[in-house]
Structure formats: C-alpha cells, structure tokens
Ligand binder design. Structure first.
Ligand code: PLP
Length: 375
C-alpha cells in the first residue's frame, strides 16, 4: 500500500541535516524550528496564522476550543470520516450532529447539512466541520452560502488535504479555522505524530497558542484549562524539509490517479454504479485534488480485497463502519439507515496504492489483478 523508504531515500540528506540542526540547538519543544515551519506552512496554505500542535486530532480540538465551542453547542459533520472528526467535538463538550455525504465525492453534503440546520436537532448549531476527504476539498461554494445564511463557523478538517484547493483557494484558507494532520501516511508527513491549525483570525490564533500550552498566558498562571499539545521541534524540522517537495509530490499523485483512470478504462472495467463495474474517483472541476487516496467503489469489494491481498497487493477501506454506527458513539442517538449514502459507501469503497513514488508497472500490476478478479 505504501513504501515510505522510497521518499526517505530521496530526501535523506536534507532531512538528516535538519534533524542535526535541531539536535545541535538542543531546543526540542516549540522554539525556532516550530516557528519557522509555522511560517512556511501558513505561506503554503495562504493563511495568515499557523499553529503547530501534537496531532490532527488535537488540531481539530484546538480549532473548536479556540472558537469557544463547548457545552450546549451543536457541531455538524460527516459520519463518513475518521473517528477524530466526531471525537474532537465530544472532547470540547459540544454535541456532534451528523449529516450524510455526497455520493460522488464522499464529502459532507451541504444540502444535508442545511436540513439539519433547519431541523429541531440543528437548533443551537455553532459550527460545521466539512472534511476534505481523500484529498479533495468539500464543496466550499455551498458551505459558504450556508455560512452566510445561518452564521455558522466553518472549520475545515483538512487532515488529508495539505496542498488541495477549491477554485484556486488553498485548503487551510477556506474556513474560519482548519485542522491538518501530519501522521506518517499523510501527503505531508512527519516522522511521528504532528498537526497544525491555520486561521486568518488573530483572536483564534492567540487562543489556540494558549490552549496548546495548558491555557497559560503567563508561565504557571492558568486562566483556563488547556492541554499539552505542543509540536516538537524535530517533527517541525522534518516537515519543513518535506514541505519544499510537496507540490511536486502532489502533482505526481495526480499523475498516478490519471494513469489509474486510463488503465481502468482500457481494461473496460468502469461503470457508473457498482452494478455496472468499478466506479472511479470523481473530481469536481472546481477542486484541485491531491489524491491522498485513490478510492474506487468496487463490486464484491471484500472478495476483491482478499484477491489482492493474496497477490501481495495492499488496499485499504476508509472507512468500513460509519461513525454513527460505532459502538462508542451509540449515545448520539443515530441508528442504521439514518445515513444511507455513507452506509453504502462503507460497503463499497476500496483505496488502492497511491504515493508519489509508485511506479507505472506497479499500477499495471494492480489493475491487471483487478481485471483478473472480475474476468
Ligand atoms: C479526516 C481526518 N481527520 C482527523 C484525523 C486525525 O489526525 P491524527 O491521526 O494526526 O490525529 C485524520 C487522520 O488520521 C483524518 O484522516
């Protein structure tokens, strides 16, 4: 599914030099390396401020908490995402409200969010967290319209989307706040856990910085309860090196996605639904996709996955169980059938190997194995 060593071999010297610099400075938490990465990351997303933190999960929590979202507030998001999109809302003491996805992009549907906002459940909703799933921005035109109509805060879950854009505007600069993850599998990845909040608001920026350091404005004086979610300097140094290569890596991902499209079409495997064949990823013409994942819908998905595994071809299901059906979230009061588009996606999606260094012959092997399965 992923071979990290290819990327490491490419940037080994650059990254080891950056690590050596941090070791020589003996400044391991926050400090100049973090400040330098924050500046570079804010520039890269065309956001005014960037605040490094410990993980993407913490970045979501910090985004909510720095906007003072808490008990009594509703926050609307998608059930077809990673767990943190919802758990971060609970961690703030707010109420997660879910809305179904768009079947083409798998992203949160603005129409479904509007229904929640108009309903009894949506009363008191303060924020919406659209997730830029698989590296494609959610329909920001539609969410901006909702914001104008309902005055909700928009927080991007951009964990999978560093470098992505909507109508030429970068992820990280679209919402009031945005949360990024640099988990090692991400397009921009650390050598461990790391995350980032971006915002154009000085007020949110200052608050997030206080919250990530135990709510301290003055050392050992805690005006509010924060957390330890500092970014460590070694991760920041690694990230800053990798950021210099990211546009090229994202371009390579787009080329790989395009090649998959061609191979599937040539193999005559493609359909517009899973009753007709393999459904290829859809890119909205307004989106600059960074293909964190290349996710197909596949007939007999689980058997296909086994067939691939038998041939030592990695694949993954993001995500096999929508969040409203997770045991730990049963208290939210949803049940099976509430979000049919998400539920169907969970049964059909399969992510195929994609990373910048993936070779054309490896892609041909993947598609040939899929063709053999359906033959
Ligand atoms: C959509 C989404 N949100 C949030 C997160 C949480 O990020 P992290 O794993 O860095 O805490 C992830 C990463 O796994 C993610 O994919």
């Amino acid at each position: 599914m992923l071979d990290f060593s290819r990327q490491y071999n490419e940037i080994r010297e650059e990254v080891l030099a950056a690590i050596e610099q941090v070791c020589a400075s003996q400044k391991f938490v926050l400090g100049p390396a973090v400040e330098s990465f924050e500046t570079a990351a804010a520039d890269a997303c065309h956001a005014t401020y960037a605040i490094g933190c410990a993980s993407g999960t913490d970045a979501l929590w910090l985004s909510l908490a720095s906007a003072n979202i808490g008990p009594g507030d509703g926050v609307i998001t998608t059930p077809f995402s990673f767990f943190a999109s919802v758990s971060s809302i609970l961690r703030c003491g707010a109420q997660p409200l879910l809305a179904d996805i768009d079947p083409l992009t798998f992203n949160l549907s603005a129409e479904a969010v509007q229904e929640v906002l108009e309903s009894h459940r949506g009363t008191g909703s303060k924020a919406v967290i659209p997730v830029h799933l698989y590296g494609q921005c959610a329909n920001w035109d539609a969410f901006r319209t909702l914001q104008q109509r309902y005055g909700v805060l928009l927080i991007e879950d951009a964990a999978q989307a560093f470098g992505a854009a909507w109508e030429g505007k970068n992820a990280g600069s679209l919402g009031d706040l945005a949360a990024f993850s640099f988990y090692p599998t991400k397009n921009l990845s650390a050598f461990g856990d790391a995350g980032l909040v971006t915002t154009n608001s000085l007020q949110f920026d200052e608050h997030a910085r206080v919250l990530r350091s135990h709510g301290m404005r003055r050392r050992y004086f805690h005006d509010e309860v924060g957390w330890n979610s500092r970014l460590d300097s070694l991760q920041a140094a690694v990230l800053e090196v990798k950021l210099r290569h990211l546009s090229r890596w994202n371009e390579q991902r787009r080329q790989i996605a395009h090649r998959y499209d061609e191979l599937f079409n040539k193999a005559k495997l493609v359909g517009s639904t899973t009753t007709e064949g393999v459904v290829l990823p859809y890119t909205d013409p307004r989106a600059t996709h960074v293909f964190h994942q290349y996710t197909i819908r596949a007939p007999r998905r689980d058997s296909l996955r086994e067939h691939l595994a038998d041939r030592k071809i990695g694949s993954e299901i993001y995500y096999p169980l929508p969040l409203h059906l997770q045991t730990s979230l049963s208290g939210l009061g949803y049940r099976s059938g509430d979000f049919p588009i998400s539920e169907q996606a969970a049964e059909e999606v399969l992510a195929l190997p994609i990373y910048p260094e993936l070779r054309a012959d490896e892609q041909e092997t993947v598609v040939a194995a899929i063709r053999a399965f359906y033959a």
